[in-house]
Structures are given as C-alpha cells and as structure tokens.
Design a binder for this molecule. Sequence first.
Ligand code: ANZ
Ligand code: ZN
Length: 878
Amino acid sequence: AAGLDFAQIEQKWQKRWTENPPISPLTTGKSYYCLSMFPYPSGMLHMGHVRVYTISDTVSRFRKMAGYNVVHPMGWDAFGLPAENAAIERNIHPAQWTHDNIAAMKAQLTGLSIDLDWSREVTTCDPNYYKWTQYLFLQFYKAGLAYQKEAVVNWDPIDQTVLANEQVDAEGKSWRSGALVERKKLRQWFFKITDFAEDLLNDLDVLKHWPDRVKQMQRNWIVEILSDVLVLNTFTKDAELPEEMKELEVFTSRPDTLYGVQYLVVAPEHPLVSPSHLPQEHAEKVLSFTESLKKVQNMEDAENSKQGVFTGLHANHPLTGEQLPIYVAPYVISDYGTGAVMAVPGHDKRDWEFAKANNVLKEIKFVVDPVVTEEGQAIDRGQPYTAHGVLNSASGKYQGMRSEDAIAALTAEAQANKFGEPAVQYRLRDWLLSRQRYWGAPIPIIHCPTCNIVPVPEKDLPVELPLDVNFKGKGGSPLQQVQDWVNCKCPKCNGPAKRDTDTMDTFVDSSWYYMRYTDPHNQNLPFDYDKATERLPVDIYIGGVEHAILHLLYSRFFSKFLLKKGFFGEKPEATGNRGEPFKILLTQGMVQGQTFKDPKTHRFLKPEEVDLTDPANPKMIANGETPLMSYEKMSKSKYNGTDPETVTNRHGVDPTRLHMLYKAPPSEVLEWDDISIVGMQRWLSKIYKLASSIGATSVIPTTLDVSKMDREESKIYRFTNVTINQVTDALSVSFGFNTAISDLIKLSNFIGSSSVKPETPAYRHAVESLVKMLAPMAPNVAEESWEILSKDKQSSIFSQQWPSVDQKALIADEIKCVVQVNGKTRYTIQIPADTASNQAQVEEYAKQAPQGEKWLAGKDIHRTIMAKGGKLINFLVK
Ligand code: ANZ
Ligand code: ZN
C-alpha cells in the first residue's frame, strides 16, 4: 500500500504509550465515564469486539483531549460455562484457561491501540471481586430481596445434573449424555426483581439518551398488554375466612366469557389453600393432594395433568350471583397473573379438559358463538369454542355483541360495579440466580439442620471456590462432591452444617462491575461512596444490542437497589436520575461477513473455493462461475468469519479502525469486507504528507483573527472551523463517526487544493486541527504526524487540547449588495461572499429580500446588470 509502514508506526507508539502514558490536558474539571461492555474471555477478540472498543476508544480519547477526567476501564466477565466445558474436554482447570485467555485478549486490545485504564481492571472470577458479589448478595438477602423457592429446571437423568438452557438441544436432549431432558422442581435462589417492576418500567422515561427500540424491548419484557383482572367475592358457609381472603382475584383475558364461568381454580401454592382457610371436611384431602404434587419429578406432566380437588369453598358470580365452586389444580400456575382463574369450560381448552376429567359439571355452558353460522347449521358442541365471536342469549343484555366490544363493555361494567379492573400485567418474573455449576461465585449461605438458612458472616467472605475438583464426576454440581468444602460449621450454633453448593448466574457479576471500576481496589467495601457518586451514572455505555434486555435490566435493578441502600448517592448533575446506571446507551450493530454460496446447491463456500483477485467480480475456482454473495452474521458454518488480527496485520490498525467507523453509523449493521481499506491507507498517508510538508517550522499565534486574513486564508480558516464544529458534534452528541470521517476527508482535500501558503498561521492551523481531530480514531498515525508538527518532540498529541471553534469564523463571510431598480437605489441586501459572482443567485436574493416584494414582485424585468463583483445589481423593469 501507499507510503506508510503502519506496523512500524503502531509498534513504536504502543511501546511509548505504555512506557510513558500521555497526560491528558484536564482543563474542564469534569469527569467523563466511558464504558464498553466487558468481554467474556473466550481467548480471541472477534470483529464485534473490534467495533465496540474502537468506538469507545474514540469517544474516550476525544473526551480526554476535550479536557475531561476520563475513566475508560476494562475487565473480564470471567465466570461461566465455557471454562467448565474446557475443563471437561481438555483437562485444563477453568482458572488456568480463563487467565490464559485474558492474557491473550489483553495483548490483542493493546495491539488495537485501545487506550484503557488498566489500573482499574476487574476480573469477576477473582476472589477480590467475587467477595463483593457475595457481599452484595447478602445485602439483597437481608433486605428480603433474595429468597429460595422451588423452580423448574432442566434435568439430565443420566448425568444426574442440572443443565442450562443452552445445554439442551433443539430436540430437548442433553448436549452431554444425549438423554431426553426432564423438567424437575428444585429449590432455587431468586432475586425479587419484581419488587422493582414499577420503577424499572416508569423510569425508562428518565432515559432520554437511550434508543427507543431498547426502551421498548425493556417495556415489553417487564409488562404485557393491558388485560383484565376481575375480582370475585369468595364466601363459604363452613369456614370463617380472614378479610383479605374474602376476595379472590382472577386473571382473565376473556371478560366476554364472564357469563360462561362455571367454577374457579386456584394454583396449589395460592394463599387460599391453607388448612386454616378450608372447611374441615375438605382440608385433609386438599393438603394431601398439594403435598403429593411436591414430590412430582416432572413438572410439565403435573401442569398438563387434569388433576385437581374441590376446596370446599365457593365464590359468588359477580353478575348472576350463582355460587361457583373453587378447585385447586396444578394447571393453574402460581406466579402467573393472580394464580387463580375463572374457568370457562365452554371456551377454554384446559378448563374443558379439567371439567371432563373430573366430571365436575352436568352441563357445559356456551356463551360465545362463531360470527357466521349458516342457517340451520349446528355448532359443534363436542369441543370448546376458543375463538372470539358473538355473544349469544346466555349473556343477557350483551347478546349480539362481538367479543371485542363485549370485552370492553364488561370491563367497564366490572369497573363501575367494583368487581374488576383493567390491570397492568407484569411479565417480569423474579430472577432465578442459582446455578448448579462450579465456575461461578458461590452463594454465601450455610444450611444448618437446626438454624435452617444462615448467611455467611461478612467477615468470612469470600467463600472461595475450592480449586481441586472433579469435573467429570456425575451427579449434581462438582461442588457437591468436595466434602471438606461442603461440610462446615454453622456460624450461629457452631453445629455441623453444609454450604450451599449453588453458584450465581454470571449476570449477577456483570450487574455491578461498572460500579467496582470506580474503586476497584477497595478492601472494605464493594466501592467507596464518594468515588462512586463522583463517577456515576456512566456517561456513555457502548455494547451489543443482544444485551438490550437482561443485562441492562439487571444492572438497573442493582443500581436502584444500591442507591436506595445508600451505597452511593446522586451528584447534583444526576438529580432526578432515579439510580439509573447508564446515561447514554449506544448499541452497536452487528458486524456481518461476506458470504459466498454455490448458486446451484446453495452450499456455503470456503475462502479457498473463491477467487477474489478481482474483488468486485468473485469467481468460483472450481468452475469459474459467479457465486451468490450476501452479508450474514459471522459463523464457522458459513466460512464468513474474519479474524481481527489477520486484518490488522495485513492493513494496519489505524486503517482498520477508520474503515470500521466509516462503513456504517454505529448502531447499524456493518457489512465487513476489506476491499476498500486501501482508501483509508492512502488518506492517512496523505495526512502524514501534509504534516511533513510544513514540519515544525512555524508556530500558530495564540489568537487567529479572521478579519485580518486575506481572502484565501480566511476561506481555509472558515472551512477548518466549520469542520471542527461538525466533528466535535459527531464525537460528543450524534456519534456519527462516519460523517466525522467524511468531514475530515473534505478538510484534507480542501487543504490539499488550497492556494494558501503553507507558512501562514491559517494553513498550519488547518493541518494541526486535522491531525488532532484524526487522533481519537487513528491514534498511531496522528501521533506520528504530531511528532513532525510539534517543536517539542516529547509532547504527545493526546496531551493537546481539542481544537476549539472560533465562533467569528463560523459566521458566513458576507458582503453588502446595493439593489437598484431602473438605476435608482432602492434597498441593500447581505449576500454570502462566495455567491457574489453568481448573478442568478444574487438576483434571487434580491427578489426574496423583504423589500423585493414592493419593488420587483410582478414586474416585467427585461434585463439585469450586475457590477462591482456583486456589490451592485440593477434591475431594468418596464
Ligand atoms: C377465562 C377465559 C376464558 C380464559 C376463555 C381464556 C379463555 P394469556 O392470554 O396467555 O395471558 N390463566 C390466567 N392465569 C392463569 C394461571 N395462573 N395459570 C394458568 N392459566 C391462567 O392467558 C390468560 C388466560 O390464561 C386467562 O384468561 C386465564 O383463562 C388463564 F374462553 O380466563 B382465561
Ligand atoms: Zn445452626
């Protein structure tokens, strides 16, 4: 490629920056927290990483030059399944595997010239980090926000172990044993994130600088469509129900079927199902039924079963007053809706099956009919009619109404008569955080036969992972087999007890890492109050849209909780922020790879099967035919992956970074090919040449005065200022890095074709500003060029102040133009200087001016004469 030896320049500067980090100008006294999502240490950066870290590096370097005290940290989301798999498959300890990968990726990041604050590095699998993850778990526990309950898990019956969803294949089989995975109930730990559902929903409105799409995804995750919750009155002759039990809330999406309700069903876990509430003669039977369900191995079977028993309780139908029996059955799920349903066997399949199986009804009611029934054609009553339709004579005054209208009408009636209301249905479930796996932060809980659940005292944290474990053993988590770790003393009664052998979901680790970065070496607390308050919220968070839901939601939950608990405060600028952790969210689009397919067989072609000598005209090597070409998500099976190191070795780091930023705006898909990187290489060489051509001979006066410049100088000075204005906006507000680059290309072209003498301050100002603005995106070539431009050879471009805009130079250069009509001066106008030679344009300005209406509108202009270089224009009218 043309000119520069990129590899040599990169090595030179990466070495110097490491030995002697440039000192930022720090002129604003303000802090800026630039965060990119920390990677999983898989061992290799991929192109998506290159994109996200190039963006955050650009923002961070720009902010430093603009005088901010910037934090741009990096760390490792280092717990998780792949490390454990490596242990099983390759006999290498997860800790070793992880640390080797971190070392490799750290070198790769440095190789990409990403300027990171390594003194703040955090690694989630380091006991110094997970000690505080455990500490935070205990804070949630003490606040009643971490609790245990039974939950359904994927169970491998051969390996006797719990599987993550990702370990179950599409056919529902275990990735390891191949056994058909069962769904089994086990005691699991949960975070009560649902307590924060309302705040997590409403506070999305605080997030003015988040993409609407992400906010909508969060909204949809937290809350579902408005449905109707109807409240029905329960009553019983035999038992005295406490006040709060006298109303039974059912959740229904079909209020139009209200007249068809024939009984009610509650979930086995419903509070109504308690011996003290049930009539004596039923209590025993109900309890032995609910007990029997706890022993069920496969929950799906129970949910699908039609089993159930009568509770002995009744409720009044809110419209007909009819007494409806209340049943308990596992087909009603406890944590969905209100855990109780109004059963409409005529229109709901599950209710129908339950009624038939338990023989609970003499006759099934039908209240909704299909809209079009041909005369005389009988409706099939051998099955429930589940679709919307038209209400029949069984629905009283609603007869003839369509379901859609009846839903609204019955909801209104329920509201008016206070037996029901439309409600927000939270979709959000509590967060199941325990994992039956080794490579995670142990849950700091001890189970004692006498004291039950005992939190590990804070002074005993961290509960360290034992290193000597057998990964290939069968039956539960490897931790369960480490007897001398599992067996411990109860901190309360000192008796023999056992540690909880579950570890935490890795999303727990990543829900607070950005807080730890504010004070990563704190030995006494997760982070210091003042340090966190000073830095939070994060100013900009950059990462993949695949984390738009869970990671961001969990982080918001942690941040809100910790603010509430006083772990940090809100600095004055953050008032009203309501503990939101991330001010600006920039979700970067996917990097897609160039994909080739055989046009006949649609088989993916390997790189060695395609001839790319003429990149615009690919050929299949086998037969010379043109392959099908598309851009698709990079994957091994499509042979369309690109390895960052190969790209940077071939084309240079700076050209790769620029190409990445230039090809698409950050949030859009980037179709990666390296055909045009050569354009970036040439441009960088051109900038280097511009710098070389003026060297370090002259110095820019501290103030440049546009009014004292000659015409050409003022032109280049204005152009430079307009560019500074646009590029500054792109790097601080719009994040349109692609337009910033095209503005800089225009500036370099303008300089290249300008007739201004290189010795003039205006010319030097243009070149220096160009190089400074290039620096955040192409740091190596900018620094190399700066070494030439600067008299002080020790000074780094990253210690320079970001170019400021001279407002005077932004005002367009204008001249006064006298307008005459038939030789008589009538008015004057201001016109842009660079249009003064364009007669048609000046005529337009004159006509459009306010006085043009009076003097020129409707007149028959037969000739126009322009004189004095646009300073006078004479209209000859009849
Ligand atoms: C009466 C009815 C009549 C229903 C009808 C359906 C059809 P979606 O739309 O998926 O949210 N339901 C409510 N809570 C339940 C629970 N905890 N466990 C099991 N089922 C439950 O489902 C809402 C419907 O699912 C509700 O509307 C309720 O049955 C049932 F012709 O109420 B429906
Ligand atoms: Zn005890």
